[in-house]
Design a protein. Structure first.
Ligand code: GLC
Length: 450
């Protein structure tokens, strides 16, 4: 295995998915610009093409709503390959929609301030990026403000998601109960045809019933004319998700650094951080299970489903070191796949639990972005040994199998779409960032720490 060859291949994946001013997540299955994908993608570009990294984020923010919401999809160019399409969202029902560009009507995990901070750090000449950062700062701030103004429904410092697609982990078993209990009533769902299964086997995708509920929720939001207050009252899906809030917390920490760099007022961001940290402890930490769980705000109950996101606050520097130690031990025992001496991966779901499926997305497979977040988190706490093993397995999976959207935890098999952009960009980040460690590994030497 040659490090330079893998990096070259990763860059080629991104180049092939580049659409002139943004990067689509994959060649066929996802033909538009997705919000958190673009954040991960910009982090990869920041190591070798700053211009593309900045263009990627600028293009995404073109879709920002007047109320600050950064939509989960921006439809820059028409495509027949994806449902629901721009017209299905009918965002002009809302005065808050951007007007001159088509987007979806919901949001996705806010990784963007983190991407911007990476762009700043990785730029050799900071002057090249300062103007971009200063232009984007107000937009970033207003995207976080949107979340606190409209989704911190109990004013506790946590932000609620109204649709599984907002959480990024659409098909997670965490949402099974809520989706199952949704009664389709008082809403006319126009007949629709899924397009995802034209490109990927249906055994790797959500069930038809889950899809029906996804579309039902969109119809409900349209009925509410995308009025956030109304939606939060009426939506049967209203959750404080651990993964979303961890990404937001980390993004707040990075936004704070950006604000300080630009000599902007930091008080508001500090307030979010302080309240968020407290709310993680009070609402999301579960003493019984010794892990973090998402919370169903509509039903007022904890969602006690063990997924990889139960440990994700590690990425956001939320727990103290002792708790991180215990969480990482749990990750290894509840998710014991690929647990060889040199390589470890984090599957999305514990195989002993109900609803586990090693081929279906977010229900068991390994994703490079969850590996990456846990990897980064462990590094920040100094758990370099386990972090190194996760990094190595990520590299190994990709070099042996390709740039898949996700990977089976039990067989040597890539799943979902091949040539997936964030798989490529996060691999680039790992190989550039901790270059010396992996250099040694590629050349056959085992170095003790990263
Ligand atoms: C899938 C994933 C979502 C991602 C999108 C585009 O829907 O669940 O997280 O943003 O694909 O890659």
């Amino acid at each position: 295995m040659d490090k330079n060859i893998i990096i070259k291949k990763a860059k080629k994946v991104l180049e092939n998915n580049w659409m002139g001013h943004f990067t689509k997540p994959s060649p066929k299955l996802y033909p538009h610009q997705w919000s958190w994908d673009s954040g991960f993608i910009a982090i990869g570009y920041s190591h070798f093409d700053l211009k593309k990294a900045m263009t990627e984020l600028n293009s995404l923010f073109k879709g920002q709503w007047k109320n600050g919401m950064l939509p989960h999809i921006v439809f820059h160019k028409p495509s027949n390959d994806y449902f629901p399409d721009a017209k299905d969202w009918e965002i002009d029902l809302s005065d808050e929609a951007p007007g001159d560009i088509q987007t979806s009507g919901i949001t996705q995990p806010p990784i963007h301030a983190t991407a911007v901070w990476n762009i700043y750090n990785n730029a050799e000449d900071k002057k090249d990026v300062l103007q971009f950062i200063s232009n984007l700062f107000t937009k970033l701030l207003s995207s976080h403000r949107f979340l606190y103004n409209f989704r911190d429904v109990e004013d506790k410092g946590l932000v609620a998601n109204i649709h599984p697609w907002e959480t990024g982990i659409d098909n997670s078993p965490k949402w099974d109960m809520i989706l199952k209990n949704i009664a389709i009533e008082n809403i006319n769902i126009p007949p629709f045809k899924r397009k995802d299964i034209n490109f990927v086997s249906s055994e790797e995708r959500p069930s038809d019933d889950a899809y029906l509920k996804f579309i039902y929720l969109i119809e409900l939001f349209k009925q509410c004319k995308y009025d956030q207050k109304k939606i939060c009252k009426e939506s049967p899906f209203l959750v404080y998700d651990v993964l979303f809030n961890s990404i937001l917390h980390k993004a707040n920490l990075d936004l704070l650094k950006i604000a300080a760099l630009l000599k902007e007022d930091t008080k508001e961001i500090e307030g979010w951080i302080e309240r968020g940290k407290k709310a993680f402890e009070e609402i999301l930490w579960c003493d019984k299970d010794s892990m973090y769980h998402s919370y169903d705000q509509a039903q007022h109950k904890t969602i006690r489903v063990h997924t990889a996101s139960c440990a994700l606050p590690i990425y956001a520097s939320i727990p103290d070191k002792e708790r991180v130690f215990n969480l990482k031990e749990q990750l290894l025992t509840t998710c014991p796949f690929h647990q060889e001496n040199v390589c470890v991966s984090i599957p999305t779901y514990d195989k002993t639990q109900e609803g586990y499926d090693p081929a279906n997305y977010w229900r068991g497979p390994i994703w490079v972005n969850t590996n990456w977040m846990i990897y980064k988190g462990l590094l920040s706490y100094g758990f370099e040994d386990l972090a190194g093993k996760i990094g190595l397995n990520t590299i190994r999976l990709i070099s042996e199998l390709g740039f898949w959207e996700y990977f089976s935890p039990t067989e040597k098999r890539g799943l979902g779409s091949n040539n997936f952009s964030w798989t490529a960009s996060l691999l680039i980040d790992i190989l550039y960032k901790e270059a010396d460690y992996y250099e040694n590994w590629f050349s056959g030497e085992v170095s003790k720490s990263i």
